[in-house]
Write a protein that binds this ligand. Structure first.
Ligand code: ZN
Length: 155
């Protein structure tokens, strides 16, 4: 058995769509990045790559490559799922935390869970999404960005 950890933060900016876990969430600001900047999916991608010893997301999907501009990060996750399985690993579970002052994640949790589970061929019960604020502290607390962490177990 092996574990992997993933961590990511993206800046919030006006005029961007907010995409978290593959779900578009109504918001005045969205995350800034080369792809759709889906911080939750990026954390999951890095955790899976880490568990399989395959480096990190920037290595496989560089943000200088025009073909990834505006792309759904779920396509990264789908490809990483295939890479991890090609190495002979079975994904057992994925646990995540979203760090955001706003918006409320609750109404979108199920949809995000379904997107992640579908991308990695897991049962819903093996994909967990938690959310917390940082009590108004720091860049996340001031609403300047959203962060995410992920831990996975593969076998
Ligand atoms: Zn990212």
């Amino acid at each position: 058995m092996r574990t992997g950890i993933g961590y990511d933060v993206h800046r919030l900016a006006a005029g961007r769509k907010l995409v978290l876990g593959g779900t578009v969430i109504p918001s005045e600001k969205g995350l800034l990045g080369h792809s759709d900047a889906d911080v939750l999916v990026h954390a999951v991608c890095d955790a899976l790559l880490g568990a399989a010893g395959l480096g990190d997301i920037g290595l496989h999907f560089p943000d200088t490559d025009p073909k990834y501009k505006g792309i759904s990060s779920l396509t990264f996750l789908t490809q990483i799922n295939a890479m991890v399985r090609e190495q002979g690993f079975t994904i057992r579970n994925i646990d995540t935390i979203i760090f955001a002052e706003a918006p409320k994640i609750g109404p979108y949790r199920k949809s995000m869970q379904e997107n992640l589970a579908a991308a990695v061929n897991l049962d819903l019960g093996c994909v967990n999404i938690k959310a917390t604020t940082t009590e108004g502290l720091g860049i996340i607390g001031k609403g300047e960005g959203i962060g995410a962490m992920c831990v996975v177990l593969v076998e």
